[in-house]
Ligand binder design. Structure first.
Ligand SMILES: [Zn+2]
Length: 380
């Protein structure tokens, strides 16, 4: 796991250290964070995460001095509104790279100005897309923003019994792909499936929700989303992951097709890059309050080739917003990059528990109760 050292501090970090007031220091760092990044996005995000911890540490240190012990801290009256997590989420906006428009629309296919072709002959309807985006600033609010336009994309893999990818196997590869399409359309699993030849098949119309994400959590700068079937578009790659492998193998044609599809969808629905994430990043298990129930695309997702920021290092919103946890097996199953995002979120959780004058256990319990309340309301 990558460590942060002093050599990674930027001019902004050094300037921040000159500001004596912690709040002023935090505001300065947030203003730096919202400016366009001048270094690689990954490094930028990690450095900002580190700076946030430095600032929170400075804020929290005097508070913790007043805390004689966790038990005593837990007995204090908890505040009605826990510390706002948006100070920990500083993902700068990434605009879609180009305008994309529809060129041709026939009964069974459509084409776009960026080279994308979508096959429509297998498209099916499901329930109309409708969901609530919840405000991070007011997580206990009973309402939320009702929406029908997708807020993001979740990428999946669909494992298939594959043949070698070579010309002599064309017929078998096509048969396998078609039976997979038949399987996922009967279950309304995804909005799109990309087969091994890089062909893009619309499965469930984007106007409708697909059953792809199950129990899941994600957040952007202002809103959080739970159970993402309705709020996020589901795109799956026909893929095969070998026994004991954590990385997924997909072909170059599939990655090129996914890049064009992502570009079109981001343009059409104004989807921020930070909301284009993998199933492994969003999947949770409410029965044991752990993240990583599904781990497809836990590593090796080609964010850069799809014109997206490397979102693996983003602190897991399920951990930082709702206190989900993970065990040692998670890092093994998920790989180093995703484990980094989880541990970043876990450190934030510890700091915020201190700020709230709560033991970590009590703070987690409060966040768990909030999660259960919100998901119950969401189902309703
Ligand atoms: Zn999945």
């Amino acid at each position: 796991m990558r460590q942060i050292d002093e050599s990674q501090l930027t001019q902004a970090d050094l300037t921040a250290r000159q500001i004596p007031d912690p709040v002023g220091r935090l505001r300065y760092l947030q203003s730096v964070a919202s400016a366009p990044p001048s270094v690689s996005r990954w490094k930028s995000r990690i450095t900002i995460g580190f700076l946030t911890l430095v600032v929170l540490g400075m804020v929290a240190a005097p508070l913790s001095l007043r805390m004689p012990g966790a038990a005593h801290a837990a007995s204090r009256k908890p505040p009605s509104q826990p510390a706002l997590p948006q100070i920990l989420r500083v993902e700068p906006e990434v605009a879609p790279s180009a305008d994309v428009w529809s060129v041709e629309k026939a009964s069974d296919f459509e084409t776009y100005s960026n080279g994308l072709r979508i096959e429509n002959q297998y498209a099916v309807r499901h329930r109309p897309r409708a969901y609530v985006a919840y405000s991070i600033a007011d997580p206990e609010a009973t309402g939320g923003e009702k929406r029908t336009v997708p807020a993001g994309i979740v990428y999946h893999t669909t494992e298939s019994l594959q043949a070698p990818f070579e010309p002599s196997q064309n017929n078998l590869l096509k048969r396998v792909g078609e039976s997979l399409i038949d399987y996922v359309r009967r279950r309304q699993c995804y909005n799109f499936l990309i087969d091994r030849f890089g062909r893009v098949f619309r499965i469930v119309n984007e106007s409708d929700a697909a059953d792809h994400a199950g129990h899941s959590v994600w957040a952007d700068d202002r809103y959080f989303y739970v159970n993402l079937n309705d709020s996020f578009i589901g795109i799956s790659f026909e893929a095969q992951t070998g026994d004991g492998e954590t990385s997924t193998r997909v072909g170059d044609a599939q990655v090129r097709a996914a890049a064009m599809l992502t570009e079109m969808l981001r343009n059409r629905y104004k989807i921020p890059g930070g909301n284009c994430v993998t199933h492994a990043q969003v999947s949770v298990n409410p029965s044991n309050m752990q993240i990583g129930y599904h781990v497809d695309w836990a590593s090796s997702f080609p964010f850069e080739k799809l014109g997206l920021p490397d979102n693996y290092a983003t602190p897991s919103p399920a951990v930082s917003l709702f206190g989900f946890s993970f065990d040692a097996s998670f890092a093994q199953r998920a790989g180093e990059r995703l484990a980094l995002g989880a541990s970043n979120a876990d450190r934030e959780l510890v700091q915020r528990a201190q700020i709230e004058h709560l033991s970590l256990t009590a703070y987690r319990k409060m966040l768990h109760r909030r999660y259960l309340k919100i998901t119950a309301r969401h189902r309703g």
